[in-house]
Design a protein around this ligand. Structure first.
Ligand SMILES: Nc1ncnc2c1ncn2[C@@H]1O[C@H](COP(=O)(O)OP(=O)(O)O)[C@@H](O)[C@H]1O
Ligand SMILES: [Mg+2]
Length: 215
């Protein structure tokens, strides 16, 4: 198994970083040499909290590529959407750096899990969306969702956006954290499994457990 997969979510704070670290850990355990990359990190200076979290979940120290910032080539200080965070830092986003970094990582690893910022329609610049980047680079998508009220709607909207642009849905990660209403949780998982089986039978369905970090 080889390739770059784009990890996105139905919303910000849905568990993309947890899902990314968890998939990287599981795939490495299966012998698939997997690394993670953050497309654009906002709200940090000189590091990426998402990459920090991936390594913690993977249970590995920082890699050479982390120390060289290849895994997080673009970082802005203000915690906002990339287009706004870049403007606040008086920067123009060097979009080419994202794919350059992915290329370097692909030479060294079998799989790159590229975590986006927010969801599919998050602007990278004023006239370039996250989903435009995914389409331009023909990346299969792993979509992170959850059992909270509203997730079915957000998930189906995200999937329709992918379909409209001919982007492959590689799989859905159903995040079991945080637990909300038990009826809604159970029904959301069942509903999404059924929807995927009917509409995208080739797509994977993973259930992400609650992960306790040793802090
Ligand atoms: N599976 C999980 N196990 C434990 N905590 C989780 C899990 N998923 C999400 N969280 C919690 O929710 C927060 C947001 O998750 P995160 O992966 O950072 O979201 P995103 O990357 O989509 O913004 C985390 O800081 C963590 O506290
Ligand atoms: Mg994240």
């Amino acid at each position: 198994m080889k390739g770059t997969f784009f990890i996105t979510g139905i919303d910000t704070n849905i568990g993309k970083s947890y899902a990314t670290g968890w998939l990287a850990r599981e795939w490495n355990r299966q012998g698939i040499k997997t690394i993670t990359q953050k497309m654009v990190q906002t709200g940090n200076v000189g590091h990426s909290e998402d990459i920090d979290l991936h390594r913690e979940i993977m249970g590995i120290p920082f890699t050479e590529e982390d120390r060289e910032h290849i895994t997080f080539p673009i970082v802005y200080s203000y915690p906002a959407s990339p287009h706004l965070a870049a403007e606040i830092d008086h920067q123009t986003i060097p979009i080419d750096k994202i794919a350059e970094s992915t290329r370097i990582l692909r030479d060294r690893y079998d799989v790159v899990l590229l975590e986006g910022a927010g969801g599919l329609m998050v602007p990278i610049t004023r006239d370039y969306l996250t989903i435009d980047y995914v389409a331009d680079h023909e990346l299969p998508v792993i979509l992170v969702t959850s059992g909270r009220l509203g997730s079915i709607n957000h998930t189906l909207l995200s999937i329709e956006a992918l379909e409209r642009r001919g982007i492959q849905l590689y799989g859905l990660v159903y995040n079991t954290y945080p637990k909300s209403d038990k009826f809604i949780d159970a029904d959301t998982e069942a509903y999404l499994r059924n929807y995927l089986e009917k509409q995208h039978p080739e797509a994977h369905f993973w259930v992400l457990p609650q992960i306790e970090l040793a802090r």
